[in-house]
Ligand binder design. Structure first.
Ligand code: CA
Length: 231
């Protein structure tokens, strides 16, 4: 089995080395860049399978690198995980808006980085919408779009149309973080933004119905929500 190639763009030498060491130990082939321009060049030349992109970089910052990558036809679909310090959450929202696939806040545990890299690689470079009409099973939750039916632990539970769409959208893309505005736009449509700003209310209601499995929808503080990829 050919192991994926990961490009690590990180300006702190210690972190770069630790990431390289740990990802290599997991069997990945690791390329490194210490600044955004080098990262971009390597991404274009080497076409890695995934890019682990630090947000704060000395020259081009991570957001700009992300924007340019997404604008580049030849590598625009490469999964990107942003790595950010805690006080950069506003930038995370921007990054996800620019098409980053996930983000990892600093300080991180290496185990978490390895897990997220694995999860994003499994998802592939595009949204894994197989057949959106097919029933979906995620752990204790089964969603049947054709029958508009949700079963939790084998028991049918009534969901409103909005809750259903929101749950189905998130569950179709486990592990992927969505900011609130994106969820509103993608799930409720453009009109919804004017009448219904508050995605949190819907999430709260869904969680109530999920009962003991409520944590399957994770809150990403300062950003939005994701459906757990451990379900
Ligand atoms: Ca940095």
């Amino acid at each position: 089995m050919t192991k994926a190639r990961i490009l690590v763009v990180e300006d702190e030498p210690d972190l770069r080395e630790v990431l390289k060491y740990n990802l290599t130990r997991e069997g990945y082939r690791v390329l490194t860049a210490a600044d955004g321009a080098t990262g971009l060049r390597l991404a274009r030349e080497e076409k890695p399978d995934l890019i682990l992109l630090d947000l704060m970089l000395p020259d081009l910052d991570g957001l700009e690198v992300c924007r340019r990558l997404r604008g580049d036809q030849s590598i625009g679909g490469t999964p990107i995980i942003m790595v950010t310090a805690k006080d950069e959450e506003a930038d995370v929202v921007l990054g996800l808006g620019l098409g980053a696939d996930d983000y990892i806040p600093k300080p991180y545990r290496m185990k978490e980085v390895v897990a997220r890299v694995g999860a994003v690689l499994r998802r592939g470079s595009h949204d894994a919408d197989d057949d959106p009409r097919q029933p979906l099973r995620r752990g204790p939750v089964r969603i049947d779009p054709a029958r508009h039916d949700v079963e939790i632990d084998g028991v049918s539970v009534a969901f409103t149309a909005t809750e259903f769409r929101l749950l189905h959208f998130l569950a179709s893309r486990p592990g992927r973080v969505y900011e609130r505005d994106t969820l509103l736009r993608r799930v409720l449509g453009d009109d919804a933004i004017r009448v219904d700003r508050n995605i949190d209310v819907h999430v709260r209601s869904i969680r109530k119905k999920l009962g003991p499995h409520r944590d399957i929808i994770e809150t990403i503080r300062g950003v939005g929500y994701r459906f757990s990829d451990r379900a």
